[in-house]
Design a protein around this ligand. Structure first.
Ligand code: HEC
Length: 401
């Protein structure tokens, strides 16, 4: 409040000695129609709220409205971001679906509601305020001990210094006093203000440092608060290392050995490792055909190929189906493995396509072992055969379901 005038009136207080007196006085003041007043008692007084006609706080409504606003904005924000402004395409999921957006909407609901409760409470109570003028009144100090007080503010529309004082006296008050706005400043003490300003300035420091770092370069390593395993002792490829006598981090293969993965590179069994002999693809199958190998091939085909080519090899796997819906311009449909050109491919060429990919299809040499690639070739052959099978092809005793 104002801190210049020395005689500005804050309000009038009336002192009572018992619970009964303050209850009666509260009813009198309420019936007189005052709105800006309060009772101050040394302990909770039952029935005082009712006597004063205190209505229930409207804060819950403010919080409810703020919470709904927060939840609505949270949903709106995500809808705009994910469905309109920057579409997410993940595993064929819809751009927009409510369940995925619940957590963030929940958070914004809580955030808005909490801020509304906090700030509405401050505003409704006229805070922040350094102290209440009543606390500067000597008589009023007993409100925390053994006296009951009614305080009517001068800002009440009904307030009239003489009439209000008379009304309070006739309500059984033992003393009636005016309370002036204190002459002293209501600003916090200089020490306090100094401390707040220092803290605020200090809080700016990190921002300042961040800004400085953004516009400067440095040859020092960056500050690393959580090292995790970022600085593990290891040797980078091609780096110098004093661990070895020749000072090289990268080690040559041990003389006279080679890695199993390098079988292909060293030219061992080219039919098995490349599907080729010289320049032409092999047509013979380089492994012994067993039921286990066939089963392995069926399983691997289900894992690696069916997503695109479909379980039946017709090119209608899940990925292909979803792509047909989205129909991106760059999409190339997986080949139907039962078309004559594919049926006519040499086994070695099938093996080569799986290993190195073909046109738009990626290669799988890093995921699928040599043996498994041949198993897939075997199963693909069985699949193709199944489409043109006759009754004689079904082995004795097989359950046709
Ligand atoms: C990511 C989807 C995808 C997967 C997985 C996939 N393919 Fe393909 N495949 C394709 C596409 C697309 C083509 C057609 C490529 C083109 O014509 O550009 C193709 C073509 C082929 C062809 C025809 C080759 C030719 O010479 O015409 C064969 C055979 C084949 N795939 C076998 C397989 C096998 C076996 C697997 C499992 C190891 C597999 N594919 C996994 C997408 C896939």
């Amino acid at each position: 409040m104002s801190n210049n005038s020395s005689a500005e009136l804050h309000g009038i207080i009336a002192e009572y000695h018992t619970v009964e007196e303050i209850l009666a006085a509260a009813e009198t003041v309420r019936e007189a129609g005052y709105t800006r007043w309060d009772c101050h008692t040394p302990m909770p007084v039952h029935g005082l709220d009712r006597a004063m006609g205190v209505r229930e706080t409207r804060l819950p409504w403010v919080v409810l409205i703020a919470g709904l606003t927060g939840g609505g904005l949270g949903v709106l924000m995500q809808w705009w971001m994910n469905a309109i402004d920057y579409n997410y395409r993940i595993s064929g999921k819809p751009d927009w679906s409510l369940p995925a957006n619940i957590p963030v909407a929940f958070e914004t609901t809580v955030l808005f509601a909490a801020f509304a409760a906090f700030f509405a409470m401050w505003i409704a109570n006229g805070l922040p305020r350094w102290f209440n003028p009543l606390s500067r009144n000597a008589r009023f100090a007993r409100a925390t001990d053994d006296r009951f007080f009614v305080a009517i503010q001068a800002s009440d529309p009904m307030f009239d210094q003489d009439a209000t004082a008379a009304m309070l006296s006739s309500s059984g008050a033992h003393a009636v006093e005016t309370v002036e706005e204190p002459d002293e400043t209501s600003r916090p003490p200089a020490v306090f203000r100094g401390a707040v300003w220092s803290l605020v300035s200090l809080a700016m420091l990190p921002l300042f440092l961040v800004a400085m770092a953004r516009y400067n370069t440095s040859d020092k390593p960056r500050v690393h608060l959580v090292p995790d395993m970022d600085f593990a002792k290891r040797i980078k490829a091609q780096a110098v290392s004093d661990l070895f006598a020749d000072g090289r981090g990268t080690r040559p293969p041990v003389a006279g050995t080679f890695a199993l993965e390098d079988m292909e590179a060293v030219g061992a069994d080219p039919a098995y490792y490349t599907g080729k002999l010289g320049d032409s693809f092999v047509t013979d199958f380089p492994l012994e055909v067993t039921p286990e190998l066939m089963q392995r091939g069926q399983e691997r085909f289900g894992i690696y190929c069916a997503v695109c080519h479909g379980d039946d090899g017709r090119g209608k796997g899940m990925v292909a189906q979803r792509a047909a819906v989205l129909s991106p311009a760059t999409w190339v449909a997986p080949t139907d493995l039962h078309t004559q050109p594919v049926v006519d491919l040499a086994s070695g060429q099938l093996f080569d396509s799986i290993s190195n990919g073909v046109r738009n299809m990626p290669g799988y040499s890093s995921q699928i072992s040599y043996q498994d690639r041949w198993a897939i070739v075997l199963y693909t052959r069985a699949l193709q055969r199944s489409q043109a099978a006759s009754a004689q092809d079904i082995p004795e005793g097989v359950n046709l379901r």
